[in-house]
Write a protein that binds this ligand. Sequence first.
Ligand code: NAD
Ligand code: ZN
Length: 356
Amino acid sequence: MSNIPTTQIAAVVPSQGAALQIKRDYPVKQPSELAPGECLVKLFCTGVCHTDLHASSDDWPLHAKIPLVGGHEGVGEVVAIGKNTADCPVKIGDRVGIKWLAYSCLNCEQCRNGREQNCPKAKISGFTVDGTFAQYTVSYVHHVTPIPTNLESNAAASILCAGLTVHRALKYSHAKIGDWVALPGAGGGLGHLAIQYAVAMGHRVVAIDTGSEKKKLCMELGAEKWIDFTEAKDIVQAVREACGGEGAHCAVVTSASESGYTQAIDYLRPGGTLMAVGLPGKAKLEASIFFTVFKSINIIGSYVGNRQDAIEALGIASSGRVVVRYDCKGLSKLKEVYDALKEGKIAGRIVLEMPK
Ligand code: NAD
Ligand code: ZN
């Protein structure tokens, strides 16, 4: 007899774009039902990413499964592993993280090139398979991420999406030590971690967001310059001035709306790089072809990260150089968290603790 319950508490989106419901009788996949390679994880906590709000509101060109249990910044304990799992890298009792990418085949061209997130067989936590807004989730032994022992679960959770995403974006941005990095969205979940990874990499940060709380957070975390996008009359001029007159070497855009992308090409200096990270579903990137060519601008889409990015991002956090700023709430508060995210009211991140 296993001690795994057959039902659980979960936050469920019953149909595309419908209101969230807290269910007490959502099924738990039983250990005997796990396929080889699958594991059952009992969750302690999960971060809430703006992506979960996009998935729940169905405002992207791609649609989530339904019914949907969202969530992809989970930390928990492996409580069961599918029978006949070969070369299993985890054991029962291990503390692991659940990230956006739940599964990839590890054998196709994309996986072999380190772009596991672009694997045609990819499975996505909280989008194509159920995620972490529940007491239990099914994941895959080769993709769960070991959590460094000195990091508390609540502190590790948001590294698994927000942290690893901005770490990878900065890694591929061509920015060098001493370069200016502009961060539209700096006060949000991804942005406040981007400030810290950028500072750890030796970059100089211009934080762009709005409100006194986000300004305080950004400056505390090491931004040198602050621009309030609702107050600045001319963002291009403001960024150029902040970066000594020539503009930023790189922009990592993590705002969830089109407006964060506006003018980014214009405030980059020649040779600069725009890392597109924020995911407004229907927006187009406005870029002057002439100036993109004339200024030798790079535009790069950066989509979460692979297993190595996750391990690196957690390693940097475990060294103390990057610290998630979060408030804790219970799973039942998810709807309120979505409302606050929509209104841009969350500085840093919210982490939800699971009912025991
Ligand atoms: P968030 O809501 O916590 O942060 C977004 C921030 O952008 C807010 O602080 C908001 O005030 C700010 N903002 C809005 N308009 C702005 C503007 N014009 N200029 C500057 N700042 C502006 O959201 P989050 O969880 O950090 O996620 C941000 C986006 O990144 C979402 O669209 C999410 O889906 C996406 N995302 C992408 C990836 C990826 O792999 N590329 C991974 C995770 C999340
Ligand atoms: Zn996310």
